[in-house]
Design a protein around this ligand. Sequence first.
Ligand SMILES: [Zn+2]
Ligand SMILES: [Zn+2]
Length: 353
Amino acid sequence: MSPHRWMMTAVGQPLVKEPLVLGPLAAGTVRVEVAGCGVCHTDLGYYYDGVRTNQPLPLALGHEVSGRVVAAGAGAEGWVGKAVLVPAVMPCGECEACRKGKPTICPAQKMPGNDIHGGFATHIDVPARGLCPVDEARLAKVGLQLADVSVVADAVTTPYQAVTQAGVGPGQLVIVNGVGGVGGYCVQIAAALGATVVAIDVDPVKLEMVAGHGAAKTFNVRQVEPKNLKKEIGAFAKAGGLPSREWVIFECSGTAAGQLTAWGLLVHGATLGVVGFTMDKVEVRLSNLMAFHARALGNWGCPPELYPPALDMVLDGKVKLAPFVERHPLERINAVFEGVHARKLTRRAVLVP
Ligand SMILES: [Zn+2]
Ligand SMILES: [Zn+2]
């Protein structure tokens, strides 16, 4: 297969396959032969909604990449031959934000498929710094292929960072709103850390899937009145001896309706993690944060140092991937984008070159 990548040329226009010229590599960078690249709603935001990429079009999208290092520039030779995850956001490691331990706000960060060409390609060139090695023996033991763990690069690490940042632990009540790609893993991670998890969605199929993977209780917001939802969760908490306050709520739907639902669940001392993204606006009474002494946390990407523990959860079998991903040939990228956009897929699509 000759090297190639799929380019986005304009909003909504079919992605175009173009040959890829594999040039020499700069010092500190590696070339990864892509095993798989997950399709994220962020990609669809660029493609359908006109969210602007940092690097102007044409650009290859895709930021959930796993693969094998096949070449390296000076200083990165030790990576050649290794199976790796490419972090969705790669901080520079040298600026003031990075030195202060805040790599997610690094102004020089590189995101594949946004700042540099992404993983909907046979190969991707990336900085070696922050790459996460994948233990292939452990991977085989849990019955996964290298392509499958591409979704760890964003769909798993993003909620892992959100859950870690919110300090989720045993005895807590965690509510996850929107249990698609990212939210489904948020449920599993929070449950693996000992929390009791309530899952909310509009899709009965997704709710059924998380009910078997970490959710202790599910609610379909098409069937429960929004104003009754908080009451019903309160009743569930009471029955299970769980706290009626300090709920940790993760908004993973990335929809205006979902954000309103999550906002409506604030209780005293609550933590709201905003994990999903939408261009839409919502009208809320921001003072509820003040009155409840609650807090809202943003969540951009995940620091590279949290990738190994996040991947460990998968390799230890605490977070199950297999039921939540499906592989498709990269050649079918245009059809797969359409399918994901039309919400015809219930699992996360991984494109395999
Ligand atoms: Zn993403
Ligand atoms: Zn930096």
